[in-house]
Design a protein around this ligand. Structure first.
Ligand SMILES: Cc1cc2nc3c(=O)[nH]c(=O)nc-3n(C[C@H](O)[C@H](O)[C@H](O)COP(=O)(O)OP(=O)(O)OC[C@H]3O[C@@H](n4cnc5c(N)ncnc54)[C@H](O)[C@@H]3O)c2cc1C
Length: 395
């Protein structure tokens, strides 16, 4: 184990939340020789699927904990995207070897990360929920409930990777602002039939977005924008809701995004796009990463990858503190500043994607489509678009 500055010797680094961000961060800190505990309040991994897009910087983050190969083996490489406007095809955005994007269901990514964590000597402490935090002169005391009752544990640093409704953020007194957008979606994973393709399809229909993405083994993730919240049951991906599957297939067909069989659905979900941002990503001996720090609209698929980039930045900052070349306070302050900047950029890009998929009048659609057609035909502009879609500049 590497030498420590006294500031990090008062107890383990406590990572709260074993979603994709907390698990990658805990594994990364173990690689660097830190003593780490990873708490997770759920007894089992969350079923269903949210993220599928793994972007180039996300792949690098996975490689830093030797999980990239397992994630790639569970996914499919997306070779590009065909874009369609109100009146037909706009162009194709290629994703070359320098911008590899993979589609991998989030549960498979989380399983690969947990295997990596265990290979590096860590474990997920399931059924352990952080419910309180107390500061002492040199450290923090975390109050954790679990099968053994309520336990107080010392920690040199607490990192909240506990998602959108972060308890760590609340206990650290960090506020968050944001809210729901006007954009509601239904999604389903469906068999793609005979026309299997490794290209995404984005249809900017006048009534709203319909898009589909390749998944491994001949499946596709189909997402359609709808005008309001889904009224029926939302099972959140664990079980199929036939009403959602039917509506996804109807709207995909109407908007030219393909013909799918609702009976074949293996996952359905309904969600609203949201945007949230913590006012700071660190306070005292507490830091935030992933959705605990920022929630970006899923249209464009960057939230999980952005969280992994937080994790890498935080691990690098703690390494500098541990080897004595820097102070914890200044490292956490610059972590907060630089990751807020990256999250703002990702939020802007995701909001642009979200707006592009809104219903649109005939005249505006003509104008929008001619701009997009021109951008996709231009080498320079299509490279810039590919950069924005593959998270260039957000590390
Ligand atoms: C429909 C949809 C599609 C998406 N697609 C993409 C995509 O393609 N690409 C992409 O990059 N992102 C995508 N995202 C975003 C991505 O799913 C999230 O950004 C990602 O899951 C955030 O990971 P996280 O680890 O920060 O938080 P979470 O996944 O929310 O994990 C937080 C964990 O903390 C645990 N926890 C909470 N409180 C406590 C506590 N007090 N004590 C202990 N444990 C606690 C929770 O049980 C949970 O396991 C999508 C999101 C949605 C909704």
């Amino acid at each position: 184990m590497k030498a420590r500055s006294s500031v990090l010797s008062a107890g383990p680094v406590l990572v709260v939340g074993a979603g994709p961000v907390g698990t990658l961060l805990a594994a990364r800190l173990l690689v660097s020789g830190f003593e780490v505990r990873l708490l997770e309040k759920r007894a089992h991994r969350r079923p269903g699927s949210r993220a599928i897009g793994v972007h180039p910087p996300g792949l690098e983050a996975l490689a830093s904990v030797s999980a990239a190969a397992a994630v790639q083996a569970a996914g499919v490489r997306v070779e590009g995207g065909h874009a369609f406007g109100a009146e037909g095809r706009l162009g194709t955005l290629g994703l070359g070897v320098d911008t590899p994007v993979w589609a991998v269901p989030q549960p498979d990514v989380e399983a690969a990360l947990e295997e990596s964590l265990e290979r590096h000597g860590g474990e997920v402490e399931r059924g352990s929920e952080l419910v309180g935090l107390r500061a002492t002169a040199r450290s923090l005391v975390a109050i954790v409930t679990g099968s053994g009752g309520v336990v107080e544990s010392p920690a040199s640093l607490v990192i909240g990777c506990d998602g959108r409704d972060s308890r760590v953020r609340e206990l650290a007194g960090i506020s968050a602002s944001g809210g729901r957008y006007q954009d509601h979606y239904l999604m389903a994973d469906l068999p793609c039939g005979v026309t299997e393709s490794r290209y995404a399809e984005v249809h900017l229909h006048r009534d709203g977005l319909a898009e589909s993405f390749p998944l491994p083994d001949g499946w596709r993730r189909v997402v359609v924008r709808v005008t309001g919240p889904h009224r029926g049951p939302v099972i959140g991906g664990a079980v199929v809701e036939p009403g959602i599957a039917r509506r996804v297939c109807e709207l995909a067909q109407e908007r030219g995004a393909g013909s799918f069989d609702p009976e074949g659905a293996r996952m359905t979900s309904a969600f609203v796009a949201e945007g949230w941002m913590a006012e700071r990503f660190a306070a005292g001996r507490v830091a935030l990463a992933g959705d605990a720090a920022h929630v970006v609209s899923p249209i464009g698929g960057q939230g999980m990858n952005l969280g992994w980039l937080d994790a890498l930045a935080l691990a690098a900052a703690l390494e500098r503190v541990a080897d004595g070349s820097s102070e914890l306070e200044s490292e956490l302050a610059s972590y907060s500043t630089s990751r807020i900047r990256a999250a703002r950029t990702a939020t802007r890009r995701a909001l642009w994607n979200t707006r592009m998929g809104r219903p649109i009048g005939r005249a505006k659609a003509v104008w929008r489509d001619s701009l997009l057609r021109a951008a996709l035909a231009s080498t320079v502009l299509s490279r810039a678009l590919a950069g924005a879609f593959t998270m260039r500049g957000l590390a």
